[in-house]
Ligand binder design. Structure first.
Ligand SMILES: Cc1cc2nc3c(=O)[nH]c(=O)nc-3n(C[C@H](O)[C@H](O)[C@H](O)COP(=O)(O)OP(=O)(O)OC[C@H]3O[C@@H](n4cnc5c(N)ncnc54)[C@H](O)[C@@H]3O)c2cc1C
Length: 418
């Protein structure tokens, strides 16, 4: 495959390091640690390519999917973690291969707008936001960032906007987040494409199966992201060469190697690395629903980020506006609230009060639907990845990319090696 073909398949994911031991493809038995999206995707892709290879997924909990889960109560449907995908052909290819095409649709075009709450006022994020950041300052910091290892606050010279972007993606403030990790194409981390970006983008846009996504759009699955996990598990259970073992914590690489009698290079670690357990932050997720009339003053959109740490809520996502599929009973609207633990007193009432001040009083439904840990990606994170010793291979959001497109694309890149 030519370098250009690889860039068309994987796009900017090519900038991110693949943490793979080259001997992995010589394995006669492969152990995948972790049955989150990364572990499941790798098992599915590798097993289809190599039906002769025995694959065992070793998962510490009693369920597959890792952080992904979809909460349902009567007609209310809300994802606890990822709810939609930005365009990337690897995601579209996975949906196509899993035969989920009829459930997969672009998000609602009227729900594109994103806002940031700055000094108590909602500011709409558009290209004009660059003027709020300062275009000259921004250009200078982008140039400086090419030397590597900067934080997002050094890359985006407006603290509130930089914080809002980081909170919305990694639940952290901008001085704690690696710019190479979050914006590798801006900082020019890793290798560059062999053709101009505009030409590459055109070639990529022609490569999508199912439908070509519009610029700036996202897409989601009817019934929530839990469907993706269900479908992967179902397909895997139909493959004779893959099995999933639940309820087994893996203390170390050595213990997995002994338990399954495989060399270290036959282990694909799709969970946080026990050797450098990343610091992580915690977030609680709440669903809040209203009748249409109660929130008629809230413009339709994607959502609002709240960088001000005096508010326990850091983001409000307009779940029932975003998706093409129904997420609440007719005549209602559903919102999802992100509540970082480092700015919350752990009283449910303070989340409710905050939500009521930002949305409306007396919701029809208000529920905590989950709690999640999010890995930390401190400045220099991407540079440090090259120092990991590759006794085995590593994949997943603890390493070189936070989004599901990254995780899914990496599973394709790893399967290509078999
Ligand atoms: C609140 C939230 C919102 C998000 N929103 C988005 C979004 O809008 N867009 C987007 O693209 N992405 C989003 N993400 C990120 C996305 O969900 C992740 O990229 C993806 O699900 C990570 O999958 P994973 O398999 O790498 O990790 P995980 O889901 O963490 O899976 C790891 C698995 O390994 C298991 N495990 C851990 N340690 C061990 C061990 N020692 N032994 C055995 N098993 C072990 C765990 O139990 C788990 O099942 C969001 C995440 C969260 C939490």
């Amino acid at each position: 495959m030519s370098n250009l073909d690889e860039w068309i398949l994987h796009g900017d994911e090519m900038r991110r390091p693949l943490l793979v031991n080259p001997k992995i493809s010589e394995s006669s038995k492969l152990i995948i640690v972790g049955a989150g999206l990364s572990g499941l995707c790798c098992a599915y892709r590798i097993a289809k390519k190599r039906p002769d290879l025995e694959i065992i997924i070793h998962e510490k909990s009693s369920r597959p999917g890792g952080v992904i889960a979809t909460w349902k109560e009567d007609e209310w449907v809300c994802d606890v973690a990822v709810n939609a995908t930005r365009p990337h052909p690897a995601f579209w290819r996975l949906i196509d291969d899993l035969n989920l095409n009829s459930l997969f649709k672009p998000s609602n075009p009227v729900a594109k707008s994103r806002w940031v709450l700055l000094d108590g006022k909602r500011h709409k994020l558009t290209w004009r936001t660059i003027f709020k950041i300062g275009p000259i300052k921004l250009l200078r910091s982008i140039k400086r960032s090419k030397s590597g290892g900067l934080s997002v606050s050094e890359l985006i010279p407006n603290k509130q906007i930089a914080d809002a972007m980081c909170l919305g993606i990694v639940n952290d403030t901008s001085e704690n987040v690696d710019a190479d990790f979050l914006f590798p194409s801006l900082t020019k981390f890793g290798q560059n494409p062999p053709v101009k970006k505009s030409k590459l983008n055109k070639l990529i846009s022609q490569s999508y199966p199912i439908f070509s996504p519009k610029k700036g759009s996202i897409a989601s699955l009817k019934g929530g992201m839990g469907k993706l996990v269900e479908s992967l598990v179902e397909q895997i259970s139909n493959l004779e060469n893959v099995s999933i073992v639940y309820g087994g914590e893996s203390e170390s690489l050595d213990s997995i190697s002994k338990t399954y009698n495989v060399p270290l290079e036959s282990i694909l670690w799709a969970a946080p690395n026990p050797k450098f357990e990343n610091n992580s932050s915690k977030i609680s997720i709440f669903a809040i629903g209203y009748s249409f009339q109660q929130v008629s003053h809230i413009e339709k959109g994607y959502g609002t980020l709240v960088p001000d740490e005096d508010f326990p809520v850091s983001g409000i996502l307009h779940e029932s506006d975003i998706h093409h599929s129904q997420r609440c009973p007719k005549g209602h609207r559903l919102f999802r609230l992100m509540v970082p633990h480092n700015r919350w007193d752990k009283e449910t009432d303070s989340v409710l009060k905050c939500a009521e001040s930002l949305l409306a009083h007396n919701p029809v439904i208000f529920k905590k639907i989950g709690e999640r840990k999010i890995p930390s990606y401190t400045p220099g994170h991407m540079a440090k990845l090259s120092q990991i010793s590759l006794e085995c291979s590593y994949v997943g959001w603890s390493y070189s990319g936070v989004s599901i497109t990254h995780v899914i694309d990496q599973s394709e890149r790893i399967a290509e090696l078999f």
